[in-house]
Design a binder for this molecule. Structure first.
Ligand code: NAP
Ligand code: ZN
Ligand code: ZN
Length: 361
């Protein structure tokens, strides 16, 4: 019989887990594997709260198995490295994002697209190579094969840098891949949340003109004055949406819930691209006529490979791109999840694991 999470590995660990579809998190004792030859073990200092954590703890995608320790925007300081580790040493500032394993031999892996490897292993809620469950960053320690560890540049703050490990790469990769990174282009960002606000910052740093398309008129001032967006459309305002028809080369859609695509397709120029990165629990309706009438494309994108993730972090450090965050103690996490449902955060919650996660035992 499989051993319990508390004793299956030699190293004691402590975190907060959800144990059923209520998604409520509470303290949880478990264990981490000993540092293997290629492994990096680190003390977790901060972990961002991604909307995917919320989808997962509530089993909105129908793939959750409990208990789940969420968290895939994990940063900290290395405490131990295996004898075969080449890139990291004790004391280094590091991070782990959404994945901790892949096959390393398929076409995707060979092309630095581990994120699309059929055997990719998610950072939490998945089965590791040895059959044990993976646990995420709402916990005191983390261990990962060095291939999936990112170096955090010295000038990038750990707390505001953490969300880049998921939110950052998820928007950076499609801007690059779909060619929406050319200076002078005009890109729309739908949903000004965790992903959306860093999409604005990356696109601006690439020299792109940015229009935010939002359901929240009260985010307008900040989007224009603080995040650097060039214009702001309230998606429910038909006059505004009408006036902006046919103006965008591409759109990054980060919305986490059901929403109509018709108005967004209307904003695209001929041959414009609508890129879906948000992951609503139910399928969206895809109107075909606007695609035919302008040779438009609808695509998708999921995080990014490890090479590109490091490139994104280095780009962020160079251009002073960080996430706008609200740092919270671990015991605020359930309230934070409730607020995230209501899009009530500017713009990412980050848990101060290092100072507030204390084992009760
Ligand atoms: P978030 O912080 O909650 O932001 C989502 C934003 O979408 C909200 O701030 C809100 O912006 C807008 N929104 C929410 N409900 C809406 C509705 N019913 N209609 C229209 N707009 C709505 O979430 P996030 O962490 O950025 O994640 C966004 C989505 O991306 C989630 O589904 C998440 O699971 C997914 N995700 C995908 C990947 C990937 O690899 N593709 C990676 C990470 C996350 P406004 O107030 O501006 O309207
Ligand atoms: Zn995420
Ligand atoms: Zn592979």
């Amino acid at each position: 019989m499989a051993k319990s999470a508390e004793v299956e590995h030699p190293n004691k660990a402590f975190g907060w887990a959800a144990t059923d579809t209520s998604g409520l998190l509470s303290s949880f004792n478990f264990s981490r594997r000993a540092t293997g030859e290629k492994d990096v073990t680190f003390k977790v200092l901060y972990c961002g709260i991604c909307h995917s954590d919320l989808h997962m703890v509530k089993n909105e995608w129908g793939m959750s198995t409990y208990p789940i320790i969420p968290g895939h925007e994990i940063v900290g300081v290395v405490t131990e490295v295996g004898s075969g580790v080449q890139k990291f040493k004790v004391g280094d500032k590091v991070g782990v994002g959404c994945m901790v394993g892949a096959c390393h031999s398929c076409d995707n892996c060979t092309n630095h697209l581990e994120n699309y490897c059929p055997k990719m292993i998610l950072t939490y809620g998945a089965k590791y190579y040895d059959g044990t469950t993976t646990y995420g960053g709402y916990s005191d320690t983390m261990v990962s094969d060095e291939h999936f560890v990112i170096r955090i540049p010295d000038n990038l703050p750990l707390d505001a840098g953490a969300p880049l490990l998921c939110a950052g790469i998820t928007v950076y990769s499609p801007l690059r891949f779909y060619g929406l990174d050319k200076p002078g282009m005009h890109v729309g960002v739908v949903g000004l949340g965790g992903l959306g606000h860093v999409a604005v910052k990356f696109a601006k740093a690439m020299g792109v003109k940015v229009t935010v398309i939002s359901t929240s008129p009260n985010k307008k001032k900040e989007a224009l004055e603080h995040l650097g967006a060039d214009s702001f459309l309230v998606s429910k305002d038909q006059d505004q949406m009408q006036a902006a028809q046919g103006t965008l080369d591409g759109i990054i859609d980060t919305v986490s819930a059901q929403h109509p695509l018709m108005p967004l397709l209307g904003l695209l120029k001929t041959q414009g691209k609508l890129v879906m990165v948000g992951a609503p629990e139910k399928p969206l309706e895809l109107p075909v006529f606007p695609l035919l009438m302008g040779r438009k494309l609808v695509g998708g994108s999921g995080i990014g490979g490890m090479k590109e993730t490091q490139e994104m972090i280095d780009f962020a450090a160079k251009h002073n791109i960080t996430s706008d965050i609200e740092v919270i103690p671990i015991d605020y996490v359930n309230t934070a999840m409730e607020r995230l449902v209501k899009a009530d955060v500017r713009y990412r919650f980050v848990i101060d694991i290092g100072n507030t996660l204390k084992s009760s035992s």
